[in-house]
Ligand binder design. Structure first.
Ligand code: RB5
Length: 145
């Protein structure tokens, strides 16, 4: 399983720690940046991550910024991306079980790192339930007028 990951400056420290954590569990990680704590614009890393998940270069993605909202807004502009914001492990589970999120987004400035790891584990370890949730997901794409 290959996982792409990105953050802005607000999530930079957690991104490094999460890469180490997931590599130690056997996941192959691809880091889309940012590569320092210098202030930067989250769309500059979110769009490349969304493209890599969309074209299959990586299997899943993880993104972090201060609140998670800028990342989620940007990632969800891509038609085949379902980026879900999670701030506790129950939501980490549900965002896979019900929404089949292919990118997990977390608010780095609002949760401690051990919860970031816990949320990531519950998202990775949960299977999409399908059924009625598949029908709902099928209705997400924007319709042409
Ligand atoms: C950066 O200050 C902050 O705006 C960003 O990390 C994020 O929270 C945006 O949604």
């Amino acid at each position: 399983m290959k996982i792409g990951i990105c953050s802005d400056h607000a999530g930079f420290e957690y991104k490094g720690r999460l890469i180490q954590y997931l590599e130690s569990k056997g996941y192959e990680m691809k880091d889309f940046g940012t590569h320092s704590e210098a202030s930067m614009d989250y769309p500059d890393v979110a769009h490349p991550l969304a493209e890599a998940v969309g074209n299959g270069e990586v299997d899943l993605g993880i993104a972090m910024c201060g609140t998670g909202n800028g990342m989620a807004m940007t990632l969800n502009k891509h038609q085949n991306i379902r980026a879900g914001l999670a701030w506790n492990k129950e939501i980490g589970e549900l965002v896979k079980k019900h929404n089949n999120a292919n990118i997990l987004v977390m608010p780095a400035r609002f949760i401690p790192f051990d919860e970031v790891a816990e949320i990531t584990d519950s998202w990775l370890d949960t299977e999409f339930e399908g059924g009625r949730h598949q029908k709902r997901i099928d209705k997400i794409p924007v319709r042409q007028a």
